[in-house]
Design a binder for this molecule. Sequence first.
Ligand code: ADP
Ligand code: ZN
Ligand code: ZN
Length: 758
Amino acid sequence: MATCAKVLIDGASNDLAFSYLMPEGNLFEEADKTEVAPGSRVLVPLRGREALGTVMALEEVDLDQLSYNLKPISKVVGDQPFLTPPLLKLADWIAGYYMSSTESVYRTMLPKPARGREEKSKKAKEVRLTQAGKQTDGVDKIPKTAKKQVEAYLHLYERDDHEIGVLLSEMTGSVGFGRSTISGLEDKGLVEVVDVIVDRDPTGDQIFIASQPLKLNPQQEVVLDQIKEVSGPDLEKPPKPILLYGVTGSGKTEVYMQAIQHVIEMGMGAIVLVPEIALTPQTANRFKQRFAEIQNEVAILHSNLSEGERHDEWKKVLDRKARIVIGARSAIFSPIDKLGLIVVDEEHENSYKQDINPRYQARDLAVVRGVLEKCPVVLGSATPSLESWKNVDIGKYELAKMEQRVDDRALPIIRILDMKLEARKQGGGLCILSSKLREAMQVRLDEGEQTILFLNRRGFSRSILCPECGYVADCKHCSTTMTFHQADDKLVCHICGFAQLPPRKCPECGSKAIVNSGFGTERVEEELRKMFQGARIARIDTDTMRKKNALRDTLDAFKAKKIDIIIGTQMIAKGLHFPNVTLVGMLNADTGLHIPDIRAGERTFQLLTQVAGRAGRGELEGEVYVQTYTPHHPAIQFGRHHDFIGFAEQEMEMRKMFGHPPYVHLMVVTARSKNQELAEFSLKNLHHKLKENLPEEISLTEPLPSPLVKSHDQWRFQVVMKAVKSKAIGRHVRSVMKTMTFPEEVIVTFDMDCYSMS
Ligand code: ADP
Ligand code: ZN
Ligand code: ZN
């Protein structure tokens, strides 16, 4: 018998692992760490080359029973396993639940620089293929006579993962090419030499002065005690997650910080997840300040870090030098040892769901990880997701409430403007700014106060709306908005598949003015410049904010009162604090309602609540204007009264009635390809197989074009599956997939608990 390692090779699409013997001799840099363990990154021989992989498990193998010889691991990367035992278990869970390969989950869990041949903490130069170099015809760009260049190019090209380069020192050293050969390839645009690691702390040169814990008010006390009660090492069983429903400004962050302090004092660590857009330097600094005495113990992970920085932050955690992690979605994979608390702030945020493979939902993973590590999980929000609300209902989560603001300031007044009346006043058609909002803006300009206008871009112009009566084409089976498909002149429901001809005139009022309801930020900006000549106007959306620091610069200028009016998308809906803003306008509260999305009402309510939170943050009182064609929609009415519980009650009832999430799990299966027929044909095939022996507990739609039928040059077709138990769907899909193959040009994806139907 011998101890062997089951190694999952990088890039393996199936979960096949190979067995290897333990490495010969001590391969570690540090003599006291010599063991290969589950989670170790290793280099192994594979079919005449070397490959990187991850040790999934150790096993005892009877070598005499084997008809072939096992080879030993050739090298261990780094000085310890990169994935901890709970993370390996979490990876298994993710692969199973979200139907992705275990390898792709491992890859997601590690920062890129940690996936190479060396654990690189130092600055190094790496030779990498450029986009041109990754093309199959790349080699043709090198003259045949330049043999060394061809060889060097192929050395890079024939690797498994084109994203991973080779260290320059390795190319010119052990591999044996001259620097001039590499330069030749650089000149042809096939490779580039890049710095891979910058050894830098993203907040390195800042000095933080420790902030003292505030004296909590009674409602904060209660919640902190509730968390403390279920915290501690060696808990017998995992505590129930706590849903903290606390209005904006109720002091949730302060409670999180004191709870973290408590677990740190017990020698444990904590993870705080925040939505990417909310992870501003202000948020990060608040935590850095509070824990300034142990400053290096706070690691910050967000997508604006360079790869080197990201790696270094991760490494601090792995080396147990940082015990607190503040980060966006992927921070849930931080290798914290002795995890004592996970906080998910703004737990309702959609950005916790990853929209590429593996399509995990970080909030849900927080709960799973909490079970695996027996640690408390706190989910906080002023507008909890209905998924979490339901879990409180059925006793899976505990509820904690903070319904008062710390400063006792009243929430701003929200005025609803009926755009149907406005359209009639302005002579029909689509109207961007109502006269009331316009007047209110003029007052602000005269007073030297500031205005923020929001434009909801979701579902942009794909629904059909009557500007005279507010009618929107809804599916009679699902009560979600139908999507207009211009190509075949049809309205389609993307939840159940029901299709019909679009109305030529409004079925409610007979108006022929029925239109697509969209306009963009650019249009609005144009309109504003005409209306308010001389006003200083800035636009914030993904187009104008491409340049690094553009967002920060614009916001700084706004803060310094160099801008009067900001028009922006939901990019600016949260977290910002501008005391001089006394007016917030929401231009098209409806667009978010009329999308083929079960959560459309919920999201509109959330957006309204957040947007309202932007007004009146200072001494001056704030006002919010909401333009809508459907002023009586529950999301708008409950939003207006800041009534989350009322909204949740009625929305849940509707979800239950129509059999929508959170009462069911929903999986979208999509086939996509550059070739329309192949995509459609493959999906139909799959649908046919799914329909055979379909368990009774699962419902399945007919094959349909996706709401975004063509995207990135690829045609997309989909079916939707629903069931009360997620496992039922997983089991069925897996058993069907075993029997199927697809053409190479077709990609089939599975999106469990899908959030955006596109
Ligand atoms: P939330 O996260 O719920 O929006 P915060 O924790 O950011 O609320 O608190 C809002 C503001 O109130 C912050 O400026 C914070 O410093 C302050 N604050 C929080 N708790 C207290 C307290 N107990 N006493 C005084 N000020 C507090
Ligand atoms: Zn009408
Ligand atoms: Zn429907």
